[in-house]
Design a protein around this ligand. Sequence first.
Ligand SMILES: [Zn+2]
Ligand SMILES: [Zn+2]
Length: 344
Amino acid sequence: MSLSGRFCLRCGKPETLENPLIEGLCLECFLKERSLVRLPDRVALTRCPACGSIYLKGTWLHFSGGVRDALQHYLRALKKPVVSPNLTEIDVEVLGIHKGEAELLVKSCFKGRSAEQRVVIRYEVINRLCPKCLGVKVKDYNAVLQVRFAGSPSRELTNEVVRTLTSDREISGSITDYEELQEGIDVKFSIASVARQAAMHLRNSLGGYLTESWKLHGLVKGKRHSKLFVVLRIPVFTSGDLIDSRGVLLEVLNVKEERVTVRRLSDGKLLNLSIKSLVKDGFRQLSRDDYVTTECLVTEALGREAVMVCEDGTTAKWETARPLKAGDRVSALTYKDVRYIKIR
Ligand SMILES: [Zn+2]
Ligand SMILES: [Zn+2]
């Protein structure tokens, strides 16, 4: 029996003391259709990569937790437009963050009943040194670490650089400036040896090759003063990527520190190359639009020559990297009008 004579507009359940209506709906239907709180679909969190402080409502707030905690703090501090005055004790918990998406648990209380809702929003972390970290240190730096990417880096990769730099206390304590530029990331250090250590640290986790140079930076008290420049070039490719190095098509198998193992697709040969030489030769990373692939069935084979029928309708005889037999299945890849047979 409904006390008020009102019913849920969706499921028709009558309103009772235990089941009060909110905006004309029972709580279950409300949670299915509406949001407990209006949150932006996308938030940008400005955070200091050196000390973890976050920028909130026009000021910097000292904060020592990681990105998840910082995001939670940020969301809790956001002024959330009230959906219904009957919803009280609103709280937001960040359950997890992954690749720019945050899963939230929004909790509230409605006339004595607790209500929960899971929401996914997109977030972005903008790295900016806070005035405290900048002010104290910006005046003197003795080394610059320049992280450069061969190819365009994803936000994930840039964040990984920041994570690696800030995970070490000695490294993060020596950072005097951090700047994301079109061409990469510049990080200034007060201690030259720490800059070198940071570069090695990054190279060990992300691969790449290092170069070092000292540049004269004026006279200090009559003495020549130089600054150390360390450049780390990080390749933006991983296992399975295809690259064109001077017209030679290579499949990346493994990247380790300064070296990369590739398979030359023209003859299936494995090569171990230095990333330095690859960068020097000006390689190009292929995107999915650069080539087409098709699956083929070997119908006849003699030595390294095999006749194949492919799903794209072609039938032809190809020379392959190693002998095949009738019945073998291979994939073929066409790039710049040349067909390559991929054999594992
Ligand atoms: Zn209902
Ligand atoms: Zn800071």
